[in-house]
Design a protein. Sequence first.
Length: 126
Amino acid sequence: MTAELLSTNNAIETCITKGIHRDTIRTVNKNMPDPVALYELADLFKLFGDSTRIGILWALSESEMCVCDLCALLKMKQPAVSHQLKNLKQSRVVKARRDGKIVYYSLDDEHIRRLLNLGMEHIREP
């Protein structure tokens, strides 16, 4: 079944005819993650919904850094940065490494760097 689309200025395009495309639904359904995985993915993306966390992640995508350096870079107080780092670490987005009295933070893996870069690429598109 081919669906015609109704398009008016800023309105949402909707089908003129009613009906479903069973083959499409069947194909997509085979690749749909289970509800738990979708929930976990939504939680991951929530972490990217805060500009403070994005600033921390962007900085850590450039270099491993300690809390003091992050505070100086972002012009924020230590408790605020530490709170965000705790959340990011619990979500396995950043990891920590102790070197004597200093704890260094870095991105947990390359996936996070790629997500940041893809997001930046998307918003910079014309």
